[in-house]
Write a protein that binds this ligand. Sequence first.
Ligand SMILES: Cc1cc2nc3c(=O)[nH]c(=O)nc-3n(C[C@H](O)[C@H](O)[C@H](O)COP(=O)(O)OP(=O)(O)OC[C@H]3O[C@@H](n4cnc5c(N)ncnc54)[C@H](O)[C@@H]3O)c2cc1C
Length: 473
Amino acid sequence: MEGSRILLRDSTDPAIFRAAVWGRVFNACRDLSRVPFAVCKARTVADIVAAVELAKAKICRVSVRAGGHSWAAWSVRQDAVLIDVENLDLDLGRDRIDYDDKTNIVSCPPGITGRMLNEFLATVNRMFAGGHCPDVGLGGFLLQGGMGWNCKNWGWACESVVAIDVVTTDGKQLLCNTTEHPDLFWAARGAGPGFPAIVTRFYLKTRPLLQMWQNLYIFPISEYKKVLQWEIEIAPTVDPDTEMVGVSSFIPLTDGKEAELTILANFTTFKPSLKEATVALAPIHAAVPSGAKISVFCQPTSFEKEYAQQIKTYPQGWRYCSDNAYISPNCTDIVGVLEESFSGLVGQKSCALWFSMNPRSMRDHKGEEMALSMQSDHYFALYTVWEDEKDDQKYQGWVADMMKKVERYSVGSYLGDADFRVRRTKFWSAEVGEKLREVRRKWDPEGRICGFLDEGDKSGVNGLRNDFEWEGS
Ligand SMILES: Cc1cc2nc3c(=O)[nH]c(=O)nc-3n(C[C@H](O)[C@H](O)[C@H](O)COP(=O)(O)OP(=O)(O)OC[C@H]3O[C@@H](n4cnc5c(N)ncnc54)[C@H](O)[C@@H]3O)c2cc1C
């Protein structure tokens, strides 16, 4: 449309339109048959309202993109008006991110990434426990819950959201919090892509800026059982400012040698001083099992270093398939259940991950305060990475096989690393799943917002079934 920020499929140069549709999608494994009706590169809230009006006039759906990092490219939908909020509020300049030093609340538009926010907050001696990947957008990350830094102890990133500004499907601009439109605010913390409005600003609690230190132990994969069992056993008693992860991946264990499959145990602590970090990390170091080929104690690190490592681990332009499961507290042999995934990893750049969620996982699961209601002590995820399209089936097939074996030991999954086209599972408690359906019907009765991308993109107003496929239909 002339003079506006909306590109229409039928009147835009195809190369320009394709770049607007796919240019900011992280995963190179894409379903190119999905072609939106239009793309709106919104710079103002008025642009978003105009895009919603266009969708209504043309009887189209609306999709939203913040950071473009959803694995299955949820923002790209057939015949939808895609609202890309990357540049929202850019014209505000420095005020695009706004910090109030009386309340320690920061507000920002949803296209801001974890790295952008933490770079800004560092200037005022604060931080936000955003995603580990620097370039994930706050929009997608916070709506689905947000497994951020030290989530195990500090809780989900969405628990730091105190309010949101939204544009509704009838073009109204609203502030939502615990007293104003509390049902929308509730849904904004755990509905993920099923959120029935468009967030234009998040208001977030921040934390005092801390420094980071790390213990790191890398073992040959033959030590997998011993290492993961040890991590599982110590998780509930590890220092409360320390996150911990177990990862299998290919790493060279000796200089100049080829990468081999390893099991890595990593502990990152956030403390004001080296002295406190040493106190937190020393008991772990004293208890580490024998056999580590690489052993690092209390090494200083930083957001910059960790973000750089994430970019190396998950490079742009590659093809990805991920899936995940929360392993049930009733599972008596977690190490055994995950063994095939960890030790049979396909692809030199892939990884299998166990992320401790204890003790946060022990707190309420009822979903009264927020829609996020699915978790367990043990988060398991697979991230396979490859370059060539001809290998799609090999990697996707392997992930599907592994998940088939693991899912019966799970209580459900996290939206953020899931692809609803591939596997049906639970993402909320049963009550929350029902309430979410009601909230979606109330705020978006026509199914204007695309919502969940399931097989054939049919979920519409009903949303996801929130049940296990293997339990029968
Ligand atoms: C390399 C990599 C690392 C990751 N690391 C982590 C991690 O450490 N922790 C974690 O929890 N997750 C992680 N993820 C998962 C990631 O958080 C999710 O895929 C998330 O949905 C991406 O958000 P986005 O805004 O970048 O993606 P997008 O694809 O832009 O957005 C995803 C969907 O969210 C909804 N949405 C986004 N913005 C809005 C809005 N303003 N209003 C309404 N709806 C909106 C839309 O439905 C949109 O399609 C990672 C993903 C990748 C690729």
